[in-house]
Design a protein around this ligand. Sequence first.
Ligand SMILES: Cc1ncc(COP(=O)(O)O)c(C=O)c1O
Length: 391
Amino acid sequence: MPPLNASFLIEQTQNRTSEPVLLEEPISIEALPTPALVLDRPALGRNIDKMAAFLGDHDKGFRPHAKTHKCPLISREQIAAGAVGVCVAKVGEAAALLSGGIEQILITSPVTTPLKAQCINLLAKQTSGLQIVVDSLAGLNVLQAHLDAEASLGILLDIDVAMGRTGSRDVDLLLTLAEQIVADPRMTFAGVQHYAGHVMHIEDFVERRNKSLALWETVTERLQILREHGYDAAIVTGGGTGTYNIDVDVAALTDVQVGSYILMDQEYRQIGSAENDQFLDFEVSLHVACSTISAPRQGTMTVDGGYKAFASDSVAPVTDDHAGVKFHFAGDEHGVLVLPKGEQALQLGQVVQFVAPHCDPTVNLHDYYWVKEADNMIHSLWPITARGCVW
Ligand SMILES: Cc1ncc(COP(=O)(O)O)c(C=O)c1O
C-alpha cells in the first residue's frame, strides 16, 4: 500500500491521460451512450477567438480559468489563441494541467495545509510558471515551510473587497505578506487577484457594471498603498464571464480570468447583456445529451439523466430543440420532461440535448467530452483530465 503523501497524490493525478481519442468512424449524436457531454468544437473555437480578440482589442491579457473545462486540450487552444497562462481553482487541477503540457498556471485559491504545500513544492519543481494566491500568514508560512530551495513559486495577494469567500481586506496584512514574499528567494511577488463572484450573475447589466467597477476602485486604492510601500503588482488579475466587457475599463487590471464563456450555461444565458436582457455574447458549446427511456404518464417522458449527469445547484436543464418542454429532476439517474399540452413531441429512444444549468460542476460529473465537428458528427473523445480534482 503506498503512503498517502504528496508524491503519491501528484503521481496518481499525473498518470491520467489528456490526449484525445479519435473514433475509427464518426458517430451521430443518436449513437452516443447517454447521458453524454457533447462539445461543439466549432462553437468552442468561436468563443475562444471572440474573447481573445475582445480582450486583445482592449489591451488586456487573457488568463482563462480551467476550473470550467478541466481539460488540458482546451487550455492548449486558449494558449494558442494568446492566453498569457491559465487559472485553476485547486492544486489537483494544477497537477493535471501540468501533466497535459500547460506550464503557466495560477492557482486561484489559497492553501493552508502541509500536504497541499508539499504538493505545490513538487509542482513548482516541474515548472517555473506556477503561481498561487495567498491571503493569510498561515497560508504563506505553510508554503514557506515546505518549499525546497530549488523550487520557484510566484505569489499573488488575494484581495477581498465584498464577496467574503477568499482574500483579505486588511491592508496591514497585505503589506506584511508582501514584505515576507519579497524576502523569500524561492518566491516572487507576482501581483494581486480580485474576484467578485457574487457580481457575475447580477441580471441587470448597468447594475452589474456599477457594482464591479466600484469594487475595482477599492482594489485600485489597495494597489496604490502597496506601490507606496515599494510593492508593485506586475499582474492584476480577476473578473469573469459576467464582467468581461466591464472590467476592461479598469486601468490597473492586466488580465481577465474568464471561465464559463467557453462552454456557457443556462445560469449565464439568463442574465442581461450590454445590448439586451439575455446574455448571448458567447455560444453554448456544451450540451448534455440524454435519451428518452420511459413514458409512464400521458404528457411526460423520462430521460436517462438526473443529478449524476447535470449539476443541480441552480436552474433546471433546458432544451432549445423542443419548444415548451420542461425538465424536472427525478433523482440521481433520471429527469422527467413535461411536454407542452396536447403535444407528444418526443418519441421513446430519442436523443435530446440540454444546455447545462451550471457548466463547471456539470463537467466535473463526466469523464469525456464527445467532440462534435462542423459536420455535426462526433469524431473524438477529449478526456476531462482534471475531473474530480477538487482538492
Ligand atoms: C477566482 C475565479 N476567477 C474566475 C472565475 C471564472 O468565472 P466565470 O466562470 O464566471 O467566467 C471563477 C469562477 O468561479 C473564479 O472562482
